[in-house]
Design a protein around this ligand. Sequence first.
Ligand code: NAD
Length: 321
Amino acid sequence: MLIVPEKEIANLMTRAAAFDAVKGVFASMSAKTAYNFPVIREAIGHADALYGFKSGFDKAALNLGLKSGGYWPGNAEKGLTNHQSTIFLFDADTGKCRAIVGGNLLTALRTAAAAAVSVDCLARQESEVLGIVGAGHQAAFQLRAVAEQRDFKRVVAWNRSPEKLDTLRSVAEELGLGFEAVSLDELGAQSDVIVTITSSFDPILQQGQIRAGTHVACMGTDTKGKQEIAAALSGDARLFTDEIAQSVTIGEFQHPVAEGLVDQDRINELGAVINGTTAGRASDEEITIFDGTGVGLQDLAVASAVVELAVGQGVAQDVEF
Ligand code: NAD
C-alpha cells in the first residue's frame, strides 16, 4: 500500500493536473461511468467536530475510495488546520487498500479546479474582471485557478471583514492583475465572472446586483442551510452543477428549488457540457450559475493523479499492509 503524506502534496500536484482530473471526472459522472455514494456528515458530539465521508466509484478510471474528514474548530489553537481530510483509494478488483493520501491541500485544489472548469466551459471568452466574494482559506486557491481560464485584467473582491482581503490582493498582484476591494454593488456591476466562496447561511449577492452575461461560480455552499446568492437570482439564469442530487439537497440550488422558483430539471450537469450533450452558454447576455457542491469523485480523481505523480517521482511510501 502506498502513502502520500500531506507534506508531499504541494511539491507534486499542479493546478493543471487538478483541472484535468476534475474535468475528466465531471465528464464521467455525466456519462454515468462514475457515480458518487451518499454523503455521510455528522456532528460527533466531541470537540465541536463535524465529521463525514464522501465516496464513489469511477468505473472507467477504476478509482474506488473515499475522503474522510471534517471540521474541528479548535484546531487552529493547536497549530493545525481546522479542516482535516484524508483520502483512501482501494483496488477496484480486490478491495485491498491501494493508497492513503493527505487530503487537505488536495481539497482546496480540487474545489478551485471545479470553479475553473466551470469558467472554462461557461464564461464569456472576453471576460476581463474577476469578482471574488470571500477571503477565507479557499479564496486564494480559487483566484489562482480561475485567473488562468480567461485573459483577466482586474480582480475586485468583497469580504465581510475587508481587512482580510490582503492575501487576495497579494495573490492578484503576483499574477499581474489589478486589485480593488469593493462593495457588493460595485462587484456585481463590474465583474464578468464571480466566485463566491464563503460559509454564509444568508444570501450575500442579491437579484439585480449582477449584470447580464456574468458567470457565477458558487463554491461555498456544501451543507443544508448555507446560501451565498438570493434564490431569485437562479430564476432567470441558466443553471449548472457538478451533481444535481447534491446540488438540490446541500448545494446552492437547494434554495430556489425549495422555494419553487426552479424545477430540478432546469439544472444541468457541467459534465454534460464537457461531453457536448448539453449546450453551454447560449448568448452574451445570459447569466450562468455553477453550483460547485464538491463531490467525492473529485477527491478520488485528484488523489489518483497525485499517487501516479508520487510513484513517478519516487516519493510514495510503500508499506506492507
Ligand atoms: P474559512 O472559514 O476560511 O472562510 C470563511 C469565509 O466565509 C470568510 O471569508 C468569511 O468572511 C465568510 N463568511 C462567513 N460567514 C459569512 C456571512 N454570514 N456573510 C458573508 N461572509 C461570510 O472557510 P474556507 O475554507 O475558505 O471555505 C469557505 C466555504 O467553502 C465553506 O463554507 C466551506 O465549507 C466551503 N467549501 C466548499 C467546497 C466545495 O467543494 N464546494 C470545498 C471546500 C470548502
